[in-house]
Design a protein around this ligand. Structure first.
Ligand code: ADP
Ligand code: MG
Length: 472
């Protein structure tokens, strides 16, 4: 195990690992482990990282063993993503990380019984008031740590209102927005705030995925009665990432009943999703309409100012000397979401400590090559519309207009097709950017061009040309 602070040793290992062709997994893991420890602190490391035993690395799959299912689930949800990132970054290989339960090592046995509710050293702490049913809350996700800007001010104000009032303000509060824009952060912040202001109130926070898991387990154990009771006795119910239960009928059914029972008792409900209720596919109509009854607040993509604000706050929290121009550079370059922005900052901090050199823009450019490139490459629907309109010599406004003449409709469909192919937006999102068109219209357009690309030579050439011009 690398001693923390022993930068030279860590560096040796790093060089050794990179030069070993058939990668020595254990050696590589030592390095990742030390980076994780820097990032998450010794307490989290002791509980969750140290017990991990690397098993093998084959064909891009990194298999890590832990001793219990509990640790497996925890590591999966809290660290797997980060491990994957660090691995790819340090060893240049794309990986999938698989956490499996393997035979426990002897020295790890003390860890087996560790649960977040009874250990003081946890990175996160669970709300004890609901018999451990509630998911753990991240200590960092408080209102104090949430930077407010134009894109999130409505969502923030609504969350504050829910946290601060004893009566039900709007029910449900429905927060939605893309990945990494702060939905989970706001929900945890509500839970923390209520917990400190009114500890007698029962708050239950969990992901929709866990809701489903609990529900399925209750059915299997023929214990749905107590499942229902547990949920229906809370004062505030928060379900994160509700899009997860889209298309899962019986879970939706159960959720719908829980939801209604709580609303009838005038209990507060907070829901998050990646889309607005009307854009969520695979949701039963009656549930969809009820979800939109309260206040629907969206978190918009971040602005430069917000990104810079978040980075400044994070730097102050980390108490690290990171020059302002580096923060500005990051805020300018990493526009995707806050999670990536934070990840970048963490990488910079970890790296500068490991290497022991001050942070500079050049160093950062070098270190974050992959991330910066990915952000550069990201094209927007606006770019696509602009390029396509230029190419066909039509107006950009025609992309949004209802006009249906062929000279306009065809290029518009090409732009829809390219938007689907080159961006990560969903069909409803793309529809909105094309003058509020329905997602079925977008799907139709995409299909039409898919056919034409095969049957019509000139369309095929146009599409290829545009694709190259757009740079996707
Ligand atoms: P989501 O649930 O919307 O995918 P998260 O709430 O998990 O996103 O946020 C991703 C990361 O970005 C978290 O670490 C969170 O603390 C941080 N973050 C997002 N928005 C803000 C903000 N406005 N201020 C501070 N941190 C933020
Ligand atoms: Mg989330």
């Amino acid at each position: 195990m690398i001693e923390m602070g022993n930068a030279a040793a860590a560096k040796d290992i790093s060089q050794a690992v990179v030069s070993v062709h058939a990668m020595d997994v254990e050696l590589a893991w030592e390095q990742i482990k030390s980076l994780l420890q820097k990032e998450f602190g010794p307490a989290a490391c002791k509980s969750w990282i140290t017990p991990i035993v690397p098993q093998r690395f084959e064909r891009g799959v990194l298999e890590l063993g832990v001793s219990t299912r509990f640790i497996r689930d925890w590591v999966r949800t809290h660290y797997a993503d980060r491990i994957r990132h660090l691995w790819a970054q340090n060893f240049g290989t794309v990986v999938r990380v698989e956490i499996v339960v393997s035979a426990a090592k002897k020295e790890d046995e003390t860890v087996v019984s560790l649960l977040p509710a009874n250990a003081n050293e946890q990175p996160c702490e669970s709300l004890p008031i609901t018999d451990g049913l509630s998911s753990p809350l991240d200590l960092r996700f408080t209102f104090d740590n949430f930077v407010v800007g134009k894109p999130n001010e409505l969502a923030h104000a609504a969350a504050r209102r829910v946290a601060d009032s004893d009566t039900v303000a709007f029910n449900p509060l429905f927060l939605y927005g893309g990945v990494g824009l702060g939905k989970t952060h706001l929900m945890h912040a509500i839970a923390w705030a209520i917990r400190s202001r009114a500890p007698q109130r029962k708050v239950l926070y969990m992901s929709a995925e866990k809701f489903m898991y609990q529900f399925v387990r209750a059915i299997r154990g023929k214990d749905t009665m107590s499942f229902k009771e547990q949920f229906r006795s809370v004062d505030v119910l928060m379900i994160d990432d509700i899009q997860f239960i889209c298309g899962k009928e019986s879970t939706q059914e159960e959720f719908f009943h829980t939801f209604n029972a709580l609303i009838d008792q005038n209990k507060q409900i907070v829901i998050s999703a990646d889309k607005s209720p009307s854009d969520l596919d695979g949701l039963e109509e009656r549930l969809r309409s009820r979800l939109g009854w309260g206040l629907v607040a969206d978190l918009h993509p971040t602005t430069y100012e917000l990104r810079l604000g978040i980075l400044e706050q994070k730097r102050d929290m980390l108490k690290r000397a990171i020059p302002q121009n580096v923060l500005e550079f990051l805020a300018h370059k990493i526009t995707s979401n806050v999670r990536e922005l934070e990840g970048a900052l963490n990488r910079i901090v970890a790296h500068s400590e490991l290497i022991g050199r001050p942070v500079t823009i050049e160093g950062v450019q070098d270190l974050l090559q992959d991330l910066l490139r990915a952000n550069d490459r990201r094209v927007s629907v606006d770019d696509i519309q602009r390029k396509v309109a230029e190419h066909y010599n039509i107006r950009i406004s025609d992309m949004h207009s209802p006009r249906r003449s062929r000279q306009i409709a065809r290029p518009r469909q090409i732009a829809m097709y390219l938007s689907k192919a080159l961006t990560e937006h969903s069909l409803p999102e793309i529809g909105r950017k094309f003058g509020g068109r329905d997602h079925t219209t977008i799907m139709h357009g995409v299909r039409r061009i898919e056919e034409l690309v095969i049957s019509d030579r000139s369309i095929q050439e146009d599409v290829e040309l545009l694709r190259r011009a757009i740079g996707g």
